[in-house]
Design a protein around this ligand. Structure first.
Ligand code: 5RP
Length: 224
């Protein structure tokens, strides 16, 4: 079995009957959604909230009950993917462009589990470009500002046009390099008008499920 699937199945062991469940986005979350379908078919009464339209569609096709975020009071558990995670459980997310909804959903979740293959475990963040969701209005000016701050921005494109998020915003990928100064970059981005949200998820998850050759293991975040 592939490592992403092993991680997803391991995390899915934490799903209990009657939960409100946040469903992540991406190729690892794909296996989670397939597992949730099995649980629903076996009689689990779950209310699910999706972190992207892609996930919502996948879940609906499989007959999983999907609710709008504002239709639920709270979320018991969210299981989502991740692009890079360091030993302090700081992470980069948003490779799939869903970072804003993923951060909102994680923020109101009682418990957050991230699922991944072992390649996502890194000593320091930054090889993976940091996705930042920005509004389209005046985006060229914002890109120039980011350039002048040394953030090495690249507007994400899809078929030659700016990639559009589910919220009809753009994504800029910042090529910061390994081991960038997290508080400094966060402060710079927090200060820029036009930035909607960043893919920096600092100490957000309660545990991670990591898939290796032949198995998966849970690592608890004791600092949260
Ligand atoms: C989407 C995300 C994904 O969770 C992240 O990109 C990991 O994806 P994958 O499981 O396909 O590697 O943040 O915005």
């Amino acid at each position: 079995m592939n490592k992403k699937k092993l991680a997803a199945l391991k995390a899915a062991e934490h799903i209990k009957n009657n939960m409100v469940l946040g469903l992540g986005t991406g190729s690892t979350a794909y296996y989670l959604i397939e597992r949730v379908e099995e649980l629903v078919r076996s009689g689990y009464d779950l209310k699910c909230v999706a972190t992207s339209k892609q996930t919502e569609e996948h879940a609906r096709v499989l007959g999983i009950p999907v609710f709008e975020l504002d239709e639920v009071e709270s979320i018991d558990l969210t299981i989502d993917g991740v692009d890079e995670i360091d030993p302090s459980f700081n992470a980069i997310k948003g490779g799939g462009g869903a970072l804003l909804r993923e951060k909102i959903v994680a923020g109101i979740s009682e418990k957050v589990i991230w699922i991944m293959d072992e390649s996502k475990l890194v000593p320091a963040l930054g090889k993976f470009p940091l996705p930042v969701e920005i509004i389209s209005f005046g985006h060229r000016h914002l890109l120039r500002k980011m350039e002048s701050l040394g953030l090495n921005p690249a507007l994400r494109l899809s078929e030659g046009k700016p990639y559009l998020t589910d919220n009809r915003n753009y994504i800029v990928d910042l090529h910061l390099g390994e081991n960038f100064d997290i508080p400094k970059i966060k402060a710079l981005l927090d200060d820029l008008s036009g930035v909607v949200e960043t893919g920096l998820f600092l100490n957000t998850c309660d545990m991670i499920a990591v898939g290796y050759d032949g198995g998966a293991k849970i690592i608890i975040n004791n600092k949260k």
